[in-house]
Design a protein around this ligand. Structure first.
Ligand code: PGA
Length: 231
């Protein structure tokens, strides 16, 4: 099981440093790959052997005239080689289109980054039925090289993100089976209200290769308890 913590716009520079120190020492004996995505302002060259620190977003350029953005040159300073792309909050709130998400993917692939690529449907689409669901999800894979060896995909139904209500195990299994028809190599994570209460049942779904966790990852001890509980 892969574990990934997405802090979103939470934690400061100081609290991120403390978090990483805590999780690093708790996780010494853990074999699971663990990714942590702090806010950009908290990124540093963390001395970690157990954790991989990545960014939640960056601009697809080495450097240049892109006011307010951070490019590869700035990430290299902190040895960052991992990025989240396509999160529903960036698609919905920041207006990232499939075309721009695919361009970002192609750029960071070219740079050799490990990419956690997110996709997921809103409730209205799920309620329309299986055909609509498949069409919506597969459209979010357009322009994405699914054979990229440093790709990890995260399926996150939008209606389960930050709501406290995760998808049912039956829904997760069925949707992962559907996605695995086309995602044949990359690990497939589930995200959306994964927490200590439900991690065991999510981890037990054989089509789930890991989890991307928001709210429940914000406390290092709680996130570590999830890792422990999944084993
Ligand atoms: P959540 O967020 O765990 O708070 O639902 C997951 C995510 O958006 O990655």
């Amino acid at each position: 099981m892969i574990f990934a913590a997405n802090f979103k716009t939470n934690h400061t520079r100081a609290s991120t440093k403390a978090y990483i120190q805590t999780l690093e020492s708790l996780a010494q004996k853990v074999e699971n790959p663990i990714y942590v995505f702090p806010p950009l302002s908290a990124i540093d060259d963390f001395a970690t052997s157990k954790l991989v620190v990545g960014v939640q977003n960056a601009y697809p350029a080495r450097n240049g005239a892109f006011t307010g953005e951070v490019g590869v040159e700035q990430l290299e300073e902190f040895a960052i080689k991992t990025i989240l792309i396509g999160h529903s909050e960036r698609r919905e709130i920041l207006g990232e289109s499939q075309e721009s998400v695919a361009k970002k993917f192609a750029f960071f692939k070219e740079q050799g980054f490990t990419i956690i690529y997110c996709l997921g449907e809103p409730l209205e689409v799920r309620q329309e039925g299986q055909e609509a669901l498949q069409e919506y999800l597969f459209a979010q894979l357009e322009g994405i090289d699914l054979s990229y060896e440093k790709l990890i995909v995260a399926y996150e139904p939008i209606w389960a993100i930050g709501t406290g209500v995760s998808a049912t195990t039956a829904d997760i299994r069925a949707t992962h089976q559907l996605l695995k028809k086309v995602i044949t190599q990359a690990p497939l994570l589930y995200g959306g209200s994964a927490k200590l209460d439900n991690i065991k049942e999510i981890a037990d779904i054989s089509e789930v290769d890991g989890v991307l966790v928001g709210s429940a990852s914000l406390d290092a001890h709680n996130f570590f308890a999830m890792i422990e509980a999944s084993r």
